[in-house]
Design a protein around this ligand. Structure first.
Ligand code: COA
Length: 319
């Protein structure tokens, strides 16, 4: 049995591409690839980019079946304004293809579908896809600051850019996998106007016993100094206190890290003494800060939205 690309769907593809590419492309060939369970038509245009179109079965089997439809619906649900991946269009995705699917959800691991939205930014759980989009910032060294805000050891100190990105990714893959009652960490990519610009993590430390979290963040140098650092800290505090029921949040920053210390101070964290750490092997003094739930309540915002936090309750050792 064949499941050809119908003329109607072919026209929908061409209309969608016309809007994206600025002109209706000429089809110079079409090949049937895939197989009965996953029928695919490859359209060839008079240009370099082929478009692969999934020609869904309509009899409820194979890639026309319920699982496929659920997956596709989830993809469409996450459709965001972003550049189109022109090589992977399905006819169904073409309806919203001008706000195409870029941030796909990870259906089998809902912790990678947690989001926190504020009026100016979004914290999106750091999927590999998002990390890949953020990697050029790390490759270019745009997470650096002077004086060095990071303590040892950290992948950011690697001088070879390719190796730096590899070590950075590995550290997050390790961190994702190490979830236990003593320590867990959720990594979020900071997205502003569809662009990944930094990271904001929350780390549970003996959370099930004490309800304590700490945080870590960085922003691309191109996006600092306009309030995003404070906004993303407020977003992660909202997740911690409102979403996860934290009792206290801490933060550490080298005494010469003016931005991070200013954010902690302005959000009501209380000074909690000092600590020593090394950065690039050199000892330096850290300010320690603590924010209890009561003080957070006084500063809490009403315009921050949490999404899919149920996943945290299901999959993190919170109690
Ligand atoms: C720390 C960091 C996330 C802050 O982000 P940011 O967007 O630049 O900060 P904001 O614009 O939100 O500023 C927040 C506050 O810090 C102050 N601030 C920021 N940078 C400052 C600087 N270099 N000197 C003095 N004050 C500064 C702002 O005036 C503001 O104070 P206010 O709330 O009292 O008005 C960012 O600078 C960064 O990525 N630094 C490198 C990584 C880092 O230090 N991470 C944290 C510790 S590991």
């Amino acid at each position: 049995m064949h499941y050809p690309l119908t003329d109607e769907r072919r026209d929908a593809v061409l209309d969608g591409l016309a809007d994206v590419w600025g002109h209706r492309p000429d089809v110079v060939g079409a090949q049937q690839i895939g197989h009965e369970w996953a029928p695919v038509t490859r359209l060839l245009f008079d240009r370099d980019e082929p478009v692969i179109v999934k020609t869904r079965r309509v009899d409820g089997e194979g890639h026309g079946g319920p699982a496929y439809l659920r997956r596709e619906a989830a993809g469409l649900r996450t459709a965001e304004a972003s550049p189109l991946d022109r090589r992977h269009l399905s006819p169904a995705a073409l309806v919203p293809c001008l706000q195409p699917v870029r941030f796909l959800v990870m259906l089998s691991y809902p912790l990678l579908d947690v989001r926190v939205g504020t009026p100016v930014l979004e914290l999106r759980a750091a999927t590999d896809e998002l990390l890949d989009q953020l990697a050029p910032v790390v490759h270019a060294g745009k997470m650096h600051a002077e004086p060095t805000p990071y303590d040892d050891p950290i992948s950011f100190f690697e001088t070879d850019p390719d190796l730096r990105v590899a070590k950075w990714l590995r550290s997050m893959w390790r961190g994702r996998g190490n979830i236990d009652a003593v320590k867990w960490r959720l990594y979020f990519v900071v997205v502003v106007d569809g662009e990944p610009v930094g990271m904001q993590d929350v780390i549970g430390v003996n959370f099930s016993t004490f309800g304590t979290v700490t945080s870590f963040s960085w922003l691309s140098v191109d996006h600092r100094g306009r309030g995003l650092g404070k906004e993303m800290r407020q977003a992660i505090l909202h997740l911690a206190f409102e979403g996860l029921g934290a009792k206290e949040a801490s933060s550490d920053a080298f005494v010469d890290n003016l931005g991070s210390n200013a954010i902690s101070r302005s959000l009501g964290y209380a000074p909690d003494g000092f600590d020593w750490a090394t950065r690039r092997g050199e000892p330096a003094l850290l300010n320690r800060w603590r924010l209890n739930r009561q003080t957070w309540e006084q500063h809490r915002r009403s315009d921050i939205e949490l999404h899919n936090v149920d996943a945290c309750h299901a999959l993190l050792p919170l109690s």
